[in-house]
Design a protein around this ligand. Structure first.
Ligand code: SAH
Length: 341
């Protein structure tokens, strides 16, 4: 048996866990499930279990993520992990503590096929989908590191396109909500705008937040910045977003990385306002973070503030996303899971 024949702890279902514990008293399965999820423990740490059972479960329920490196910034309030997956691939996770919330940003794929030019993950190309367990375990790691604070928010904004890995991502959402106890209103899925995925999300029972990485509100510019726009142009994207808002009653967010001279002009803000206003969307402006493969600069701090004011004057709610972890390459668009850190 190779290591890959053994499923990682959070890839095992309740039923499979019960089967693993078939020779134990009936309450054990619930005890271990609770230990893994609600208490975020490794089997070896479940001191209520007999020692021999702990050792057996430690081998039968291995961790999916090995810590290859961990870096901190912002006085310890931002933590970035580089994980080794069991097949040697690497992904990153970022934990951000604020005064009013603790947010973890998780990856859903190793690499990404969306090829957005300004994004470090897009620059590296697609490797593979993460499993549900690999996604859930990132949150568990953050829960452990955040103590004594609680992880209040989970954003699917790390490496990868969550809606291109729909089933595993959605199963992770259900696990994070149902078993780790994070409220659906504090879960946010971010997408480049995969319309079929947005339509599926609208039909789910759990109303999570939807964020769309727009970056341009005319098709000529968006085709260039976000290649997936050629498949799902702005008109069909807007319709899917409207359907999502109508079905869930959740507010839509629009993410817009401000790129100097490219999408930060007053005319760009006017186009953005025309797109956002009918959807009642909130705009998150992100000053472009530097990445190795994209020479263009982010907008100046002055221009970022003006852009926000222009949107507000057009009747669109806009905030500037506080940039965390730029110096450790942990900020939006910088996750690339390098061989080194
Ligand atoms: N694929 C999904 C999930 C990744 S979220 C999506 O694109 O939404 C990562 C966010 O960071 C996206 O909004 C993305 O557009 C943004 N981003 C990518 N590169 C960036 C950069 N260099 N500076 C600032 N934001 C960036």
């Amino acid at each position: 048996m190779t290591v890959r024949d053994v499923r990682a702890a959070y890839d095992v279902s309740r039923e499979e866990l019960a089967a693993l514990l078939a020779d134990e008293p009936a309450y054990r399965a619930r005890q271990v499930w609770d230990g893994l999820h609600r208490r975020a423990l490794r089997p070896a740490e479940m001191t209520e279990l007999p020692l021999e059972l702990r050792a057996r479960l430690e081998a039968q329920l291995p961790a999916a993520l090995g810590e290859a490196a961990r870096r901190t910034a912002d006085g310890g309030d931002t933590v970035k992990w580089l994980w080794d997956l069991r097949d040697g691939r690497r992904v990153e996770t970022v934990l951000m503590a604020y005064s009013d919330r603790v947010t973890v940003c998780v990856s859903t794929q190793a690499g990404c096929a969306m090829a957005c030019a300004f994004c470090a993950t897009g620059q590296m190309g697609f490797d593979r989908h993460l499993t549900t367990g690999e996604i859930v375990e990132q949150v568990v790691a953050a829960v452990r590191a955040a103590r004594p604070r609680r992880v209040s928010n989970v954003v699917f904004m790390g490496m990868g396109e969550p809606l291109a890995n729909y089933d595993r991502t959605w199963a992770a959402v259900e696990r994070i909500h149902g078993d780790l106890g994070v409220s659906a209103r504090r879960l946010t899925i971010s997408t480049v705008g995969l319309v079929p995925g947005i339509r599926r999300l609208a039909d789910e029972a759990l109303p999570v937040n939807l964020a769309v990485s727009l970056h341009a509100a005319n098709d000529v510019l968006r085709d260039r910045l976000v290649p997936m726009n050629r498949r799902y142009p702005l008109g069909v994207l807007a319709e899917a977003c409207a359907a999502y808002v109508a079905a869930t009653g959740r507010r839509l967010s629009i993410e817009w990385a401000l790129i100097d001279g490219t999408n930060d002009r007053p005319s760009d803000m006017a186009e953005l306002a025309r797109f956002a206003r009918p959807l009642g969307a909130h705009v998150n402006l992100i000053p472009l973070n530097p990445t190795p493969g994209y020479p263009v600069r982010g907008s100046s701090p002055q221009r970022v503030l003006e852009a926000r004011e222009e949107l507000e004057r057009s009747g669109v709610n806009a905030t500037v996303r506080s940039t965390r972890g730029v110096e450790i390459d942990a900020a939006c668009g910088q996750l690339a899971a390098p061989g080194r850190l």
